[in-house]
Ligand binder design. Structure first.
Ligand code: GDP
Ligand code: MG
Length: 180
């Protein structure tokens, strides 16, 4: 059939150095290049998923600065986004704490999609097991208690996990739109 093209605005959030840009570039190009600049940018990728054309707009945001006020996501970002990917590193406890606060911020804020704003939490750098400081269990608990998707992945090692993250978010976005 001739289904309408679906636009999905995806906002990537998280601390510095957790792999937000690596995740974005992996999704766009399937490659991992190792070093990424510190630029804020919106990228687009079109896909055909389940026979339907999907246009992803991905905002690779800059991590919040030191002050607490910036932990909260700007009104502009909340309004723009259809869904959120919150990234932390499994070897960076502070980055997990930030994700916890960002989940609260999104759940309390006036997002574009009222009620069940789609969020997927990503624990990145799974390849660095020996340096792990955030357990899968506590992240799973956060995801369950705040109604978010959750994946532990290694952007460095595989493209597959990255694809799962975006597909899960897309499912949540579709769900949110049909129940609106
Ligand atoms: P951002 O500040 O959140 O955008 O983080 P970057 O995407 O710039 O990545 C920060 C650093 O972590 C870079 O040196 C990446 O190569 C590295 N990195 C990203 N993902 C992984 C991963 O899955 N495993 C490992 N070992 N390093 C990663
Ligand atoms: Mg970056």
């Amino acid at each position: 059939g001739t289904q309408q093209k679906l636009e999905a605005n995806v906002l990537l959030l998280g601390a510095e150095n957790v792999g937000k840009s690596a995740l974005t570039v992996r999704f766009l190009t399937r490659r991992f290049i190792g070093e990424y600049g510190n630029m804020e940018s919106i990228y687009s990728r079109s896909d055909r998923i389940d026979g339907r054309e999907i246009s992803f707009n991905i905002w690779d945001s800059l991590h919040p600065q030191k002050s607490d006020a910036d932990v909260c996501i700007s009104e502009k970002q909340l309004q723009w986004a259809d869904g959120f990917i919150l990234v932390y590193s499994i070897c960076d406890r502070a980055s997990f704490n930030l994700v916890r606060r960002q989940v609260q911020c999104i759940r309390q804020g006036k997002a574009k999609v009222p009620g069940a704003t789609p969020i997927v939490i990503v624990g990145n750098k799974r390849d660095l097991k020996h340096r792990r400081t955030v357990s899968s269990e506590e992240a799973t608990l956060l995801a369950l208690s705040s109604d978010c998707g959750f994946f532990e992945i290694s952007v460095a090692e595989t493209y597959h996990g990255v694809l799962l993250v975006f597909h899960e978010l897309l499912d949540l976005i579709r769900e949110a739109r049909t129940t609106k």
